[in-house]
Design a protein around this ligand. Structure first.
Ligand code: SAM
Length: 333
């Protein structure tokens, strides 16, 4: 385990484990990354394993840290929010935040500090936990401070085996800019009807966030782009793969979808799946097999951004890159 070091500066930080505000001599840093701050050895030990944020897994990645790269502070009219302290380039991992699965599992101090102020533990849990298609409702104690925006500049994915949310920038985020996500997960290629239903039936009642008529979710041009991408996405699995020409046609659809997805909000999530589609399709035919390289490389890159190198998905993608013939779609099977 990395050792603590005492800093003699008047630096102001938050303990990465208990979240206490600390400054000057109270700030102890992980000697591995020299970035993560603790108020003492007990907190450092707690944070190292999965009782805390599993810093053992992330230390070498030198991830963004609270008070260095982002901070939690008051917003105008939304309570607290998370703000960039420096320019965070597109695809930066802003935070990896452990997901608590139940109220019982969540430290009481953490859950008590959350909105709604004066509310019951259940009300706080309901407001601050996020549904994850991969792992049910989970609460990330720092993620819970991130506000919703339909024009979000970040997106989050829950990685089940790491028991953590990974929050990534989906565009360059300027120093001082608020970091926002879309509450309630939907991928960019879901139909606009689903998007609208989610707004009306989940986001509004659960978080009391109401979009005005100028919001991007009501922009006809955006609606049209999402709808077209959805139709194309839904058509790909139904396409014939009997001949080489069929496979090339399906790959053309994949390339078109990639081009459409590039500029849709949170694109990298849906794109990672589309790159994988390209890989799976190209390997079905001996003639198109050489094309698989570009898709699997893009897929691996996207998985590294969204799920991280420590995920099972990354290990699997790496295996398919190295041994594409091991995939069930390989033309020899
Ligand atoms: C998960 S919390 C986000 C952090 C919260 N602002 C805080 O102070 O802890 C969700 C709540 O934040 C507020 N909020 C989030 N996004 C908002 C938005 N776009 N407009 C207004 N309020 C928002 C709403 O009160 C919402 O129920």
């Amino acid at each position: 385990m990395s050792q603590q070091q005492t800093e003699k500066t008047e630096e102001k930080r938050h303990c990465a484990y208990c979240l206490k505000a600390i400054s000057g001599d109270e700030v102890k840093k992980c000697a591995g990354c020299m970035r993560r701050a603790y108020c003492g050895r007990d907190c450092q030990v707690g944070d190292w394993g999965n009782k805390g944020q599993s810093h053992k897994t992330w230390c070498k990645d030198k991830l963004c840290e609270e008070d260095i790269d982002w901070e939690v502070r008051e917003t105008q009219g939304k309570g607290l929010g998370v703000f960039a302290k420096r320019m965070l380039p597109k695809h930066t991992k802003i935070m990896v935040d452990r997901g608590y699965r139940t109220i019982k599992e969540t430290p009481l101090d953490f859950i008590n500090s959350l909105m709604p102020h004066g509310g019951t533990l259940q009300a706080k849990w309901d407001l601050n936990s996020f549904f994850t298609p991969e792992g049910g409702d989970n609460l990330g104690i720092r993620l819970a401070r991130v506000n919703h925006d339909c024009r979000n500049n970040a997106t989050n994915k829950y990685v089940t085996e790491l028991n953590s949310f990974v929050l990534i920038a989906i565009k360059d985020i300027a120093a001082g800019e608020e970091i926002t996500i879309q509450y309630y997960f939907y991928n960019d290629f879901s139909t606009i009807k689903q998007v609208r239903d989610i707004r009306e039936s989940i986001i509004k009642p659960k978080w009391d966030v109401v979009c005005d008529s100028t919001c991007v979710c009501k922009d006809a041009a955006v609606v049209d782009r999402i709808e077209k991408a959805h139709q194309l996405d839904a058509s790909i699995p139904t396409m014939s793969l009997r001949t080489e020409a069929d496979v090339r046609k399906a790959l053309q659809a994949v390339d078109n979808l990639i081009a459409m997805g590039e500029d849709l909000s949170s694109g990298i999530m849906a794109l990672s799946r589309t790159y994988y589609d390209g890989f799976q399709l190209s390997i079905t035919n001996q003639k198109t097999f050489p094309l698989h390289t570009k898709y699997i490389e893009k897929y691996l890159e996207a998985v590294e951004i969204v799920d991280s190198k420590h995920s099972n998905t990354y290990a699997e993608a790496l295996r398919y890159k190295t041994f594409p013939e091991s995939h069930r779609n390989h033309f020899s099977k």
